[in-house]
Design a protein around this ligand. Sequence first.
Ligand code: ADP
Length: 797
Amino acid sequence: MEKRAKDSIFSKCIKSARVFFGVGTIFILLFLILGQIIFPDERDFIFAKCEVFEAQWYHVPENGEKVAVEVPGKVEAEYGEKITLVSTLPQGIYNGENLCFRTIWQDVEIYIDGELRQSYNTNDSRPFGINSAMRYIFVDLQEEDAGKEIMYRASSKSKYAGDIREILVGDRIGIWIQFLQESGARTLIAVSLMMLSMGCVIVCAVVRIVYKKRLAINYLAWTLFFGALWMISEIEFRQLVFKNVSILSSVTYWCLMMIPITFVLYINEIQNSYYEKIFFVPLLYSTLMTVTLTILQFFDIVQFVEALIFMHIGIGLAVITIVGTLIVDTIKRRYADYFLAGIGVYGMLLATVLEVVLYYINVDLSLGTVLAGGLLFLFVMAVIKTGQDLLRSEQKKQQAILARKAQAKFLANMSHEIRTPINAIIGMNEMILRENDNKVIEDYAYNIQSASDMLLRLVNDVLDFSKIESGQLELVEDAYNLAELIQDEILLLKARAAGKPISIKIDIDSKLPTRLWGDELRIKQILTNLLSNAVKYTKEGMVTLKAFFSRIDNENIVLEFEVIDTGIGIRQEDLSKLFDSFKRLELNKNRNIQGTGLGLNIAKMLVDLMHGKINVQSEYEKGSTFSVAIPQRVIDNQQIGDFEATLKKNRVEKNTAENLFVAPEANVLVVDDNEMNLALIKGLLKRTQIHVDAVSSGIKGYKVSRKKKYDIIFMDHMMPDLDGIETLKMIREDKNNPNCDGVVIALTANAIAGCREMYLESGFNDYFSKPIQADKLDELLIKYLPTELVQRVGKQE
Ligand code: ADP
């Protein structure tokens, strides 16, 4: 879409609206805040009275003299003793006025003029415990109560037995408004902390499930959660929000017990468990304490409220160990990993100290607000740290992916570069083998052949391995003839075993379907590896190849192969390492057996890619059985039948195809920047009498192709300046070129999966992979040369 002109009237309007939004918001907020501070209080609380009840109270001990007491204050009282206080209600009481008492772990009864007006006792509603939880108690007053005696009786089986807290008088609404003003800020902070912590816990859970990653901040979020819950349970409103205050009271203590545990776990995580031996102490203490106190409380042996000191010790131990490790880390400059979180912890500790100082200056000055601020600061720092960590790990992951891709590309390029000269060596050596009569030189050439074959296999393995590792290897699935596949493998097995005292047994299920759908080449690669290993690691005896199947449904089977040998076997303890990359077993014993330790690893990766299974069973020094099961689609359900017969029939057909031919009238052009390759193809085609033109660049190839009609053009892919694909495109598009519709075959050392499709899509008629094998070249020539030009000359002896 075309971008609109930047300074159009609409974009100017949008810009102005943005400025207006900014200025407007600042104005509204300033108006609200400054207005509240500067302008007078308009609230009318005539019907919302709340004052401290100032009357004189007397303690009346049983059978004793009345003694005047200070309220709030404390009178002498035994554990569980009922204390009685009396006072006289003032004149001028109006209907609906209330007295508000704050109890502390006490059962309470309030009488006016001898009549029980209010009682508080949670005996029947609490799950455990011997005292009633802290609560505010309201007593409704009537006009006629003025001047009457009020009696307050309280008892507690705790150290608070004789405590009397401040008494308020006023309307209920007035008293609640008073509470709201006192605790509004704390409530807001506590609720916000709780919501923040829950949000964080949810995010951590999602990250855990989706990304399988454990975030340390989860522990801090729980610390915050317990802290917030503790704050909420200390707020005056708790009896409005929670219907069973006894339950909430117990939870408060559990919060206090859990806070040091979750906090230490958090610090331990961000310090990468460096001090886990030290943190073991507070963790063990807090855990044992929590379990013990809970049991004791359940059976009412020791009350939580009496065991507060142990909870404080738990928090103290946690703080001491945390501060200690932080100081050591700060001195030793080991904080790089958790710098921000460390600052957060220091901030929180500072807030704790400030909270304590404020508490001693004036009890009501902070009431946990500063501490909560400290916690919030720590939490924000921890969130930033977590964000940074996640970002860093994501960056690392990306870098690793890029590095892997670069590595795969490098290996692909290298293998291409290495394969080119190896191909030349193999090709030239092939010429020597063909044209040489000297026995000694022939032996040398056979040695070159075996060494260069090995080298080529190694390069191919490394390339495959890196491709699969970086997820770039794709299966190339097509219909294939199963009998041919097995036959090729048998031929290979026989060739490998030739010269060794090994007999070969073939056991093929005659009911196997003839045509299947799958990646024939890769299945061959797996089998070739297993069969070569069986021969390699067997000195004498037998190698068996079994092929059979189990049916999934009419269209699908699980194709199974077993390669059984009577070789050196594998130790039980080595079996699990067998499919590891570059792992070779018993190197001292197998030193003279060539191998890379990659073959089985690649086989396993390929089998996995095909959703199959590979297994091994082995008895040391007796032999091994490798079994492979791969699901395949059936194209033709016709049965293979007697495999030996099929094999013989195929061999006859193949031999016919192998008959030699000449084609003196045929013209072939070879385009390759590698002179050695040109010489090789020329050499290989010599006996066919085909006329070969060879040029060493794409441009030359294009020029030559304009002048003469060729029956086949072999075109290398990777060439400097103009590559094979570009050259082909020029030929195809040039309608005056006599070869614009001709047969052009890609000739390449490129061994990447899916490249066959790539060449066919680019307009090539076929694809021919180097190293150039003489028989394959013959097959291609017979396939693509006009039949009238090909003259069969009979099989050469
Ligand atoms: P290599 O190229 O070394 O043969 P592989 O990955 O194919 O690599 O095999 C890994 C190791 O497993 C071999 O080095 C050999 O120790 C052991 N091994 C594989 N096949 C057999 C077998 N049929 N019998 C005994 N040992 C085997």
